[in-house]
Design a protein around this ligand. Structure first.
Ligand code: AKB
Length: 337
């Protein structure tokens, strides 16, 4: 079997590292990685080639490759994007647009759709306030698509851009012989938690930060209220979802954008779990109004029935399994606690 040629942008980020490892475990891929940073030792041997630098400036270089699949993970996350909005727009939107154009060009040239996998986010949603958030419960993909953040706006718009390049590029779908267009697929991820890496620049970061601090015996001051609830997921499930969605035949997909969910937890429930696992953990709550506002605009939970129906999505880790079978055993190994 010939290897699939894959590009992973943002390869040094949390999802990037875990995805590169996931593909190495599976086998059958030739992976080119790209990131502003050099590759960490943990995945260096798994990348056939690493392109280091700014994606927007380097885009021409990628025209020399023929990728079957692009995982475009590079992004400026929600908290960071609020303090550097223009830069976030450049990274999140221009970078995506450039890669979509590349994938569109190659799909047409070789008459074979390049698969373009895009991590969208619960940040694409925007609830007016806490009351609306509580009332809404588990939201569907088409509801509440009114993001409050630059990052959320960028994600929602890039979903639309992906659909445009995948279906309507230049209105040539109306030509007598329409060109082959790229195959765009997006997942709206909840907050992700890895036992091996820590996020930076996001707003769901309080979950993983609290747990990693407690595991190391460090005090943690949480930047949202105790009653703040959003959905979270174990990193292995996030990687499983990306690989599952990549594999599913196009005709089975009724949409190009899918929610996925695993467990929804309040910050107070995270504290209780952390305190139980690491007695003596010192966790306090000092809400930051701006970051609190961001999380209050995100849904408490999402409805992932479309992903379950179309591609048999099901997470491996509910909240108990997440702690007992993934996070705690791995983190104890890591920090020796
Ligand atoms: C963030 O907090 O910005 C991300 C996300 C929810 O997409 N983790």
């Amino acid at each position: 079997m010939t290897e699939k040629s894959v590009l992973v942008t943002g390869a040094c980020g949390e999802i990037g590292q875990a995805l590169v490892q996931g593909m190495a475990t599976r086998g059958g891929y030739r992976v080119v990685t790209a990131d502003l940073a050099p590759l960490p030792d943990s995945i260096r041997s798994m990348s056939a080639e690493h392109v280091q630098g700014d994606l927007v400036n380097r885009i021409k270089q990628f025209y020399d490759y023929d990728f079957d699949i692009i995982y475009h993970l590079a992004a400026s996350l929600s908290s960071k994007a609020e303090v550097a909005t223009e830069e976030a727009h450049r990274i999140n939107v221009e970078g995506t647009m450039q890669l979509l154009m590349l994938a569109a060009y190659k799909s047409e040239k070789y008459k074979k759709s390049v698969k373009f996998l895009f991590p969208s986010s619960i940040a694409a949603y925007g609830m007016t306030d806490r009351v609306e958030k509580q009332k809404a419960g588990r939201v569907k993909e088409e509801d509440y698509d009114n993001p409050h953040t630059m990052y959320g706006c960028n994600k929602l718009y890039c979903e639309k851009l992906g659909m445009y390049y995948g279906r309507f590029n230049g209105q040539r779908h109306l030509d007598p012989n329409p060109p082959v267009m790229l195959d765009f697929r997006a997942i709206r991820f909840p907050g992700l938690i890895s036992a091996f890496t820590l996020p930076s620049g996001g707003t769901s970061d309080y979950g993983p930060e609290m747990l990693h601090h407690a595991a190391q015996g460090q005090a943690y001051s949480c930047f949202v209220r105790e009653d703040t609830k959003i959905s979270f997921m174990a990193m292995p499930d996030a990687i499983k979802s990306l690989l599952m969605l990549t594999d599913v035949p196009r005709e089975k997909l009724t949409s190009q954008v899918y929610n996925i969910a695993a467990f929804a937890l309040t910050a107070g429930e995270f504290r209780d779990r952390a305190a139980q696992a690491f007695p003596g953990a010192t966790i306090t709550f000092e809400p930051n109004p701006r970051r609190q506002g961001i999380v209050d605009s995100w849904p408490e939970d999402v409805d992932d029935s479309r992903a379950r129906k179309d591609w048999a999505w099901k997470p491996d880790y509910d909240v108990d399994k997440f702690f007992e079978e993934y996070f705690l055993p791995e983190i104890r190994k890591r920090y020796g606690k």
